[in-house]
Write a protein that binds this ligand. Structure first.
Ligand code: CNA
Length: 257
């Protein structure tokens, strides 16, 4: 691993006035959750997203959708944060990171202790009734499904229940999107970690930040289309790199006190 690049990334983090992070599925692969596009292991290398992960597929055959999704849904509930999640929570705690914008639905930033988390694609903690909008803990949904093996219905209005995640063909939550845009416009540094930057509008955020003169630090196994605009690019494991960045920031902080 190139220690020089890590030192440089840490210095940029430590000197930034308002740093934010943008994370994607690669941030959670060290927690055992496969991403979408990594060669071989990525979910979309095995199934067709339009057939399984769209709102059209959900409405077409909710039973089949639940049969496919329930293992994945319960995996998210049991997953635990990895050192990359903890590093971002530590950076926030020391005042070096102001917010995490995530495309992930796994709740792992919050489990690691991050306070300001903007979830662009919803979350798997909750389930929502598509008729009355009632929200229940997802654990209840999965317990019900595993017992009955039927697409769960709302206890209040009998509407169809769905994990509170955004499927292909659905709008992103307006509030979250607005907050993410605000953060991208406000920040002077964006740390991009574990995302292929293939899915808009999240993929546009580093470019929005860049247009406002913010610096970019990218940590991702594979190259992204924002690499050539970044101050620092590290093609290594987020779970190795981010703790090192946090550690250097912590040491610099101790020296200044
Ligand atoms: P993606 O397109 O699968 O990209 C992931 C990127 O992360 C790839 O470029 C990999 O090279 C890289 N990567 C994988 N593991 C690591 C690692 N340990 N260290 C460094 N880099 C790594 O996923 P994106 O997030 O970019 O795409 C957006 C999708 C992913 C959103 O719609 C999410 O809802 C969705 N998603 C979320 C989860 C989750 O919540 N954990 C899991 C799978 C997919």
């Amino acid at each position: 691993m190139d220690q020089g690049l890590i030192e440089r990334a840490a210095r940029l983090m430590a000197e930034a006035k308002y740093a934010v992070a943008l994370t994607g599925a690669g941030h959670s692969t060290p927690s055992g959750i496969p991403d979408f596009r990594s060669p071989g292991s990525g979910l979309w290398t095995q199934v067709n997203p339009e057939e399984v992960a769209s709102i059209q597929a959900f409405y077409r055959d909710p039973e089949a959708w639940y049969a496919w999704y329930h293992e994945r849904g319960t995996m998210f509930l049991d997953a635990q944060p990895n050192p990359a999640h903890r590093a971002l929570a530590e950076l926030e705690e020391m005042g070096r990171l102001q917010a995490v914008i995530t495309q992930n639905i796994d709740n792992l930033h919050q489990k690691a202790g991050s306070k300001k988390v903007i979830e662009l694609h919803g979350n798997t903690r909750e389930a929502i009734c598509l008729r009355c909008g009632d929200i229940i803990p997802a654990r209840l949904l999965w317990e019900g499904y595993i017992q009955e093996r039927q697409a769960p219905r709302c206890e209040k209005c009998s509407g169809m229940m769905k994990p509170n995640v955004i499927l292909f063909g659905e709008m992103l939550p307006e509030e979250a999107l607005k907050s993410a845009w605000e953060e991208a416009e406000k920040c002077d540094l964006m740390l991009v970690a574990g995302t292929s930057l293939e899915v808009t509008p999240a993929a546009d955020l580093p470019f929005m930040a860049r247009r406002r003169e913010a610096k970019l630090v990218i940590v991702n196994f594979q190259p992204t289309r924002a690499d050539s605009y970044a101050e620092v690019v590290i093609h290594e494991d987020v779970a190795e790199v981010l703790p090192k960045i946090a550690e250097i920031c912590q040491k610099r902080r101790s020296k200044t006190f």
